[in-house]
Design a protein. Sequence first.
Length: 166
Amino acid sequence: MKETPVTNLSVHLGIGGWDGGAEDTFVTQYDGNGEGRKALARFARDHDQDAVLIQRYVSKRTPGAQPQNRMVFADDLGADDVKAIESALTDNGFGGWTWGRSGEKPLLMLTCVPQWGGNAAAHRKSFAELSTDLRNSGTRFSASEKSVLVEVMERGDYDVIIAENH
């Protein structure tokens, strides 16, 4: 990424999770053009990644915009806290999530991904129920929603994306 014309590059280690599993992930943000996207595809291909999820922030009114919800937790979370939150995620119908940091605080990101069966209305309903469940359990957090266009790059797409002319 450093060798591309992107600006405002930020890369942090996070954890991508799903019911019964987790793996390290790079939470990457940047401003740029298709060269950053190609760099992500090269990295994914070279490191044998199953998929890369790209989320571009847009206006809520943009056709195809999907909700991305964020929870920033007021307190550090221990392993038992994370396990309980992930259990609540699964109980509320979330198939995947990303843990990261917002400054010094734990951050949980949940994005509706239509390519993987997500539905915006169902996502928002599940997020409201999750929020209620966590608040009722005494978990302190702030919540926000952004709008994103979601692109899923999967194994088999990488070489096509790398070869694109923009």
